[in-house]
Design a protein around this ligand. Structure first.
Ligand SMILES: [Fe+2]
Length: 344
């Protein structure tokens, strides 16, 4: 496994780069906007292709690199389905997996610091965001935080992991880089409580000042979505109703860009073919299956995904490859379900 812990000294944030092999796919957890140049350089140096950028929660102390990474690398942006972010490409819930080639993160919903906080389990290690820190826990006094939720997330989920599980948090202010579940159980002062109510009292008594970046970071982090309006202006988008009218038409090929886990959970538009977004480039360039299909049959490729973001990027890629009829379904499966569109 390729694994790098990357530090931003401005906000004391750790980002984590994960890949399974040189030349393969990579994933980045909790990126910082100011460090995006560095991440992109490192991806090039290690010969990795970033396919997913994931945040553990909506951060209040730094601006996320999600939007910039998507624009620079065309990666999929991922957050909790509870995040109010408008809009990441893929949203996950407890028990879901976030997959890249050779590697899979298991999503643990661990609210309390915020109501969208997740931790990610990868074999022998867990990325705990601001839920469990080294010898500390994330504050619970803003962004819909809740000390009682956090108590349960920590005691009922994280501390149930094997004692030798490595703990990689989103921040450290003292210079520690890694801990273990067993160490935190034994030595984390916040966890030496006898009951939920004792923990709630402890957290409610902290009286911390607001983070300096909060007024800038939270609004910025709630607006990382890619605008789909430009595609519409160019005639490269269909509304859900327009797409529904074309279902079964021999003139189109519907292409579902989502991961298998999303397809299983949310259903599939009838008659669509599946090309997961990370495989799209190969499919639409000359010689690729979709490219040859579109050219040979003169069919229009109609891409869709969860919210319309991956499909918007796919349209651009297909247009760049000369497939000038390509378009997408604006708003994706989310909008399709709101319209009560048919599903398989
Ligand atoms: Fe946080």
């Amino acid at each position: 496994m390729i694994f790098r812990q990357l530090f931003d000294s401005e906000s004391s944030t750790y980002a984590y780069l994960i890949g399974s092999r040189r030349g393969g796919e990579a994933l980045l957890i909790d990126s910082v906007l100011d460090k995006v140049d560095r991440y992109v350089q490192l991806l090039n140096e290690l010969d990795l292709r970033l396919v997913k950028a994931v945040d553990t929660h909506v951060h209040a102390d730094h601006v996320t690199g999600l939007g910039a990474l998507r624009d620079r690398t065309k990666c999929i942006t991922v957050m909790s389905e509870r995040s109010g972010v408008d809009v990441v490409s893929m949203r996950v819930a407890d028990g879901d997996s976030i997959d890249i080639e050779g590697t899979s993160l298991k999503v643990l919903y661990t609210p309390g610091h915020t109501d969208d906080s997740c931790s990610f389990l990868l074999n022998d290690r867990v990325f705990t965001g601001d839920t469990l820190l080294i010898r500390g826990t994330g504050r619970t006094d803003f962004q819909n935080g809740d000390p009682s939720d956090q108590y349960h997330a920590i005691f009922d989920k994280l501390l149930k992991l094997p004692d030798d599980t490595l703990v990689y948090p989103a921040h450290d202010y003292k210079g520690d880089t890694v801990s273990t579940i067993g160490e935190e159980k034994a030595f984390n002062p916040r966890l030496q409580v006898k009951s939920e109510s004792e923990y709630v009292d402890l957290m409610n008594g902290l009286n911390l000042p607001n983070p300096k970046m909060m007024d800038v970071a939270v609004p910025a982090n709630l607006k990382v979505g890619l605008s789909q309006d430009e595609l519409e202006a160019r005639g490269w988008s269909l509304t859900c109703a327009q797409a529904r009218d074309k279902l079964g038409s021999p003139d189109i090929v519907l292409v579902d860009l989502r991961d298998e886990t999303e397809r299983e959970r949310h259903g599939v538009i009838p008659g669509s073919v599946h090309v997961a977004y990370p495989d799209l480039d190969a499919g639409v360039k000359p010689g690729g299956l979709l490219h040859e299909l579109a050219v040979a049959t003169d069919k229009r490729l109609v891409f869709y995904c969860a919210y319309g973001e991956r499909s918007a990027m796919a349209v651009q890629t297909a247009q760049d490859a000369g497939l000038s009829k390509s378009c997408h379904i604006k708003g994706g499966m989310d909008a399709w379900k709101k319209m009560d569109g048919p599903l398989d």
